[in-house]
Structure formats: structure tokens, C-alpha cells
Design a protein around this ligand. Structure first.
Ligand SMILES: Nc1ncnc2c1ncn2[C@@H]1O[C@H](COP(=O)(O)OP(=O)(O)O)[C@@H](O)[C@H]1O
Ligand SMILES: [Mg+2]
Length: 364
């Protein structure tokens, strides 16, 4: 039966796509995107500590990817929630923080196991959505236009069919393919969204799987490529092109879109990593010069682990006792590097340089 938007698309074709999808145009674009990604992989190693990059980038992605699903919060709220241990946090901020945990969880699993299974994807979605519903068992899940409620797409129904499609997805993902790995990632992302295995969280889980796939295939060592900021700007295209694969078998425009997303984001992230490194080096010099009695490299690096620091972070890192730690932070505030804020009874210190670096990014 051909695709009908109101009927469950149980005939969703399995992977790999039957048609030859690698046109010369796609391959050229894929080579460009791989080049940019290779550069990002190299540059990620240049930071003294991977936490610096991961904490901040993952939080950015958590925010952007959630924003695609209309879950909106600010960086400041997120950073504060992290520093103060998630007290008095609104629901959107909580949800974005869960996205972050889900991503970390997935990264840990991929490193540990060396593959990506259906069960792992179910675990990631569970961490994100915080309920035990798991794979859809009931009918009624549809993608509809938010304004007109018109149904756009009805995913396959029935746990058996969904599991069968996921098993095919898993085999393709972990196996060898002739396809260029970035083209394969685009194909996989379409397939995952078309299967739409969960009641909710399919978009976000699928975007987590994308970056985990790049790590699995060795295109990145760390999960630091996030295409959500690109997708936010082109959300209508993202939705439209996914649908065109279903309705017209049009793979090329969809894959081009994803390749463009990878290339643009990789270039952007390389700039970001370089900026973080410059800012860190500049700060090291400044503290060494202005506060020689408290200066250590480790102390300055710790200020870059996340935008907010507090006494407990210094104590936990064995950099100082409580009293000395408070003195250090106040001294760093005094020379204008940090800015103190009160959250409840707690005093937290913003690394303004790091914060601004991320605020500027938004070309949107
Ligand atoms: N025509 C389509 N076919 C398949 N998937 C689609 C289509 N249009 C959009 N999507 C995907 O569905 C996601 C939204 O599904 P949803 O389960 O609500 O995820 P989340 O809760 O993360 O938003 C979008 O982010 C997109 O990836
Ligand atoms: Mg949703």
C-alpha cells in the first residue's frame, strides 16, 4: 500500500535504501563535511581537559535540541541550576538537563560496549523522558501540524513491527556499509524518525544517536558535533525533507541538508574550541601576573569546566580548603574575571569570558 498520511506507515522500507543514493554531488559534499569533521576531531585534542569542552558543548546542544521541540530555557538558568544542584528549577530547564544526562549516558554506553543497540536507545530515551513507557504499544501517535492539527505523518504501529524495524536499524547501524559514513548517518536519522519508536522524545533521541554514531565510527573521539543549532534555523526544511523521503523517495535533498548541517556545525565548533583555548590561555597569563600567590594552572582550568564555579568545586578538586577557596574566588572576582551571584543562600561565580563566548555564538 502506498504511503497515506493518516494510516500507520507499516510498509516503511527497511535499510539499506533500495535506490542508488550516492550521486557524485552527494559524495563531493560528503568529502567536504568529512574534512571539516576531521579538523574538529583534531582540534578537540588541543584542550588540556576534555571536561571543559564537553560540559559546555553538551549543555548547548541540550538547549538547542530541546528548543527544536519547543522546550525553551536560557543558558543562565541552566548554568545556575547546574551550579546550585537543581533546586527551584523550572520544568523546561529540568528537561534540558535530562537531555544532557541522556547524552552522557549514551556516550558512556557506546564507549563501554562498542556498539549501539535498541536497548541502549530505549535507555537513552528513558533518561530523557523520565518514564517507563518505552517502545510504543498503543496506537494513535501521529505527527501533526502544530497550527492546523492536520496530520502530516503516521508512523508504523504495533510493538512487533516497530521492534522489527528497529532491529533492521540496529543491524545497519552497527554493520559494515558501502555508504559514506556521513551519508549513512543521514539515512539512519531519517529511518529512526520514520520508525518513531516512542510516544515522545523521538527527535531528541534520534539526534543523540547521530552524534553517538559518529563516535562509534571513529569520526570523532568525543561527542562534540551538534547539528541542532543548524536545524533550529532550518526547521521547516528539516521537517519537509524528512517527509519528502517518505512520500517521494527523495533521498538526495535530505542527505544534502544533513551534510550541510555537519559541515557548517563542524566549522563553527572548531572556531568555538579555538576561542575557548585562547580565552583559557589569556586567563592563565592574567591570573599568573595579577594573583601570583593564588595562581595555579589547575585553578584557572577549573574555572573553565563550567561557566559557574563555587567554593565546593574547588574543595572537591583538592585545590583548597573551604576558607582559602572562598578567598581565591573573591580575589578572582576582584580582578574582574568572575562575577558573583546569589542563588538562594549560595554564592556562585560566573566566568564571564566563557559565558560570553557562548552567548556570542548565536548567529541567530
Ligand atoms: N515527516 C516526518 N517523518 C518522520 N519524522 C519526522 C517528520 N517530521 C518531523 N519528524 C521528526 O519528529 C520529531 C518530533 O518527534 P517527537 O517524538 O515529538 O520528538 P521530541 O519529543 O524529541 O520532540 C522531529 O524532531 C523530527 O525529527
Ligand atoms: Mg515531543
Amino acid at each position: 500500500m502506498p504511503f497515506q498520511r493518516n494510516k500507520p506507515f507499516d510498509e516503511l522500507p527497511k535499510l539499506p535504501p533500495k535506490a542508488a543514493i550516492e550521486s557524485p554531488r552527494l559524495l563531493k559534499r560528503a568529502a567536504g563535511a568529512r574534512g571539516a569533521l576531521g579538523e574538529l576531531k583534531g582540534v578537540g585534542k588541543l584542550l588540556p581537559n576534555e571536561t571543559i569542552l564537553l560540559n559546555t558543548l553538551i549543555l548547548e546542544e541540550a538547549r538547542d535540541s530541546s528548543e527544536i521541540e519547543n522546550i525553551v530555557t536560557t543558558r543562565d538558568k541552566l548554568y545556575r541550576a547546574l551550579a546550585s544542584g537543581s533546586k527551584n528549577v523550572d520544568s523546561a530547564t529540568k528537561e534540558v538537563l535530562r537531555y544532557r544526562s541522556a547524552l552522557w549516558k549514551g556516550f558512556g554506553l557506546v564507549q563501554e560496549k562498542g556498539f549501539i543497540s535498541t536497548n541502549m536507545i530505549v535507555d537513552i530515551q528513558k533518561e530523557l523522558i523520565e518514564n517507563d513507557a518505552g517502545i510504543r504499544k498503543l496506537s494513535g501517535t501521529k505527527l501533526a501540524n502544530a497550527k492546523t492539527s492536520e496530520v502530516i505523518y503516521t508512523p508504523p504501529e504495533g510493538e512487533g513491527i516497530i521492534r522489527e524495524l528497529l532491529s533492521n536499524f540496529e543491524t545497519f547501524l552497527n554493520g559494515q556499509t558501502e555508504l559514506d559514513p556521513l551519508i549513512a548517518m543521514a539515512v539512519l536519522h531519517y529511518q529512526f524518525e520514520a520508525i518513531h519508536p516512542f510516544y515522545d522524545g523521538n527527535g531528541r533521541t534520534g539526534r543523540i544517536v547521530n552524534v553517538l554514531y559518529l563516535v562509534l565510527k571513529g569520526l570523532l573521539d568525543l561527542p562534540i558535533l551538534y547539528v541542532s543549532s543548524f536545524i533550529i534555523n532550518r526547521k521547516t526544511d528539516y521537517y519537509r525533507l524528512l517527509l519528502r523521503v517518505t512520500t517521494h523517495g527523495e533521498w538526495e535533498p535530505w542527505i544534502l541538508f544533513m551534510l550541510e548541517a555537519v559541515e557548517a556545525t563542524a566549522i563553527d565548533t572548531v572556531e568555538k574550541v579555538n576561542a575557548i583555548r585562547d580565552s583559557l590561555e589569556e586567563t592563565i597569563e592574567e591570573v599568573r601576573e595579577k594573583l601570583p600567590r593564588i595562581y595555579t594552572k589547575e585553578l584557572v582550568e577549573l574555572l573553565f569546566h563550567q561557566p559557574y564555579s563555587k567554593v565546593a568545586f574547588l574543595v572537591d578538586a583538592n585545590l583548597a580548603e573551604r576558607k582559602a577557596a572562598a578567598r581565591y574566588l573573591n580575589a578572582l572576582e576582584h580582578i574582574g574575571l568572575l562575577k558573583a551571584k546569589k542563588v538562594g543562600k549560595e554564592k556562585i561565580f560566573l566566568n564571564q569570558r566563557l559565558f560570553e563566548l557562548f552567548s556570542q555564538k548565536s548567529k541567530r
